[in-house]
Design a protein around this ligand. Structure first.
Ligand code: ATP
Ligand code: MG
Length: 248
């Protein structure tokens, strides 16, 4: 398939880390949601965060975004400590965790304007640019409630992109989408990477991850079981088999 391996990140020279976690740990009651996690995401990566249900993916992302406070460990984003330089660190990040709450009776454009302005002033030119980028320019004046799920997801990615973050975190962006919607999101992810965004893609859809990511981490019961290039991890050319073996 032509979309495969257009990945810009098959690079020979290493780029600087954009995310580094050390010993990142979170417990909910007596469940270790994330345990001593060390991961590194380099600039330009499309980094897949994989793991079975309950493995700790969303908790990890929530800690990267400062939404969940770790029991132990550290997060650095583009060299800024999330603990001591929170604002500088989070300025770099845009995220979509599930579909955010949009106003159903407002248009896609008005939703982006209102929700985006909560964070930073948004110009009309930036709205135009982002709506075009996520392929929503033709639908921008329709009510949100009339959108298909694929359009809702693209608008949600648009919201995460409004302030032009260096790092974009997407938690299960194709959840519930039909094959057309899935392909559109895949194309968008590749396009965003080409434009210079580093992307963390959290998913349990192995096929999808295999098609877009250059590096991967697999979590199981909160622990990292492997991290590295897709070529290294998928050396048997059967990511499903490798995944099942590593997450038994
Ligand atoms: N707020 C919470 N309170 C209590 N337990 C939680 C909370 N959030 C997550 N957990 C538990 O932590 C573990 C990791 O959950 P998490 O949602 O991070 O996994 P996940 O890999 O994102 O799973 P999924 O693929 O189902 O989205 C699970 O056992 C979950 O039940
Ligand atoms: Mg999750």
């Amino acid at each position: 398939m032509e979309l495969i391996r257009q990945n810009p990140n098959v690079q020979s020279t290493p780029t600087p880390p954009i995310v580094q976690t050390h010993n990142l740990t979170k417990q909910f009651g007596n469940v270790w949601a994330v345990k001593s996690l060390d991961i590194t995401v380099y600039e330009g990566d499309i980094y897949g965060l994989l793991g079975p249900n309950g493995a700790g993916k969303t908790t990890t992302i929530a800690m990267l975004l400062g939404l969940v406070y770790p029991a132990q460990g550290s997060v650095y984003i583009a060299g800024h400590s999330l603990k001591t330089q929170r604002q500088e660190a989070l300025k770099m990040v845009g995220a979509m965790i599930e579909t955010p709450a949009f106003y159903p009776y407002l248009s896609g454009r008005d939703n982006l304007y209102i929700l985006g302005s909560l964070r930073k002033r948004i110009s009309a030119a930036r709205l135009d640019e982002v709506l075009a980028l996520v392929g929503m320019d033709a639908h921008q004046y329709k009510r949100f409630s009339a959108y298909s799920l694929g359009m809702k997801q693209r608008l949600a990615i648009g919201l995460a992109l409004l302030h032009d973050p260096k790092l974009l975190i997407l938690d299960e962006p194709t959840n519930g989408l039909d094959p057309h919607g899935t392909v559109e999101i895949r194309r968008l992810i590749l396009e965003l990477a080409k434009q210079g965004h580093t992307i963390i893609l959290c998913s349990h859809l192995l096929h999808e991850v295999e098609q877009v990511c250059n590096r991967l981490a697999i979590l199981n019961h909160g622990e990292l079981v492997t991290e590295g290039s897709i070529e290294k991890i998928n050396n048997e050319n059967n990511l499903e088999k490798t995944f099942l073996k590593l997450t038994e």
